[in-house]
Ligand binder design. Structure first.
Ligand SMILES: Oc1cc(-c2ccc(F)cc2)cc2cncnc12
Ligand SMILES: [Mg+2]
Length: 214
């Protein structure tokens, strides 16, 4: 059988990126996915919104739900201070295998920890397993049906503090209606929608930024 799409992306990055240069890794993935074949990375336009939210939040501890090939992991990781930590959860071991190599190529492996498994099982273990107190930023970009249950789990696990930022991808396409309904109607969050484009296409999509009020 042919190699998978993530493995084709990895091969392209190995050929075209500069080891240790995170920006060249992200640019290589964008070049491949714009020019050769589409893939579900956050992409350039939404990526710039992600960059701005990460820079404004300047987090010590970040949780990403949904690693895929590690594109957003690299985009976030390259903006973090040296002592900051980024935990990313991916349930597909084949995706995680590729992401680990892409994150290492970007020179970010010292800041990033990839956990392979179900977010609903791993979130309750974060405090104990990873000596984490609370999260400063959560980037939600996995299966849309998991956005709301995982957010409830983050609340109940005591992982959110006053001011924690949740940033959710794909709130328009493919859409996360239950999550959006909950978060926009909850008095425990202040939410803001950032309209953009689906990665590498002219279709509308957007990010929902929600600040936990405690
Ligand atoms: O950014 C994304 C985009 C799409 C997607 C797929 C097919 C389509 F037609 C449109 C959009 C799916 C995703 C699944 N998980 C995380 N992120 C995703
Ligand atoms: Mg996405």
């Amino acid at each position: 059988t042919r190699i998978s799409r993530p493995e084709r992306i990895l091969a392209y990055v190995k050929k075209h990126a500069v080891p240790g240069d995170a920006e060249s890794v992200a640019n290589a993935i964008d070049a491949y996915c714009s020019g050769v074949e589409w893939a579900m990375n956050i992409g350039i336009d939404k990526g710039k919104i992600l960059d701005r939210v990460v820079s404004e939040t300047d987090p010590d501890t970040v949780l990403e739900l949904g690693t895929y090939c590690g594109y957003s992991t690299v985009r976030i990781g390259k903006l973090l201070r040296p002592e900051a930590r980024l935990i990313t959860i991916e349930m597909n071991p084949d995706y995680a295998k590729v992401a680990k190599q892409i994150i290492a190529l970007a020179g970010l492996d010292s800041k990033v920890e990839i956990l392979v498994g179900s977010s609903s099982e791993l979130i309750p273990q974060l405090k104990k397993k990873l000596d984490i107190k609370t999260l400063d930023l959560v980037f939600i970009d996995h299966w849309k049906e998991c956005y709301l249950p995982d957010t409830r789990c983050l609340e109940e696990s005591g992982l959110l503090h006053k001011g924690t930022v949740l940033l959710a991808d794909n709130v328009v396409c493919p859409g996360a209606p239950e999550y959006v309904k909950y978060i926009r109607n909850s008095s425990r969050y202040r939410s803001e929608y950032f309209s953009s484009r689906l990665e590498y296409l002219q279709v509308e999509d957007g990010l929902e930024k929600s600040v936990f009020l405690g």
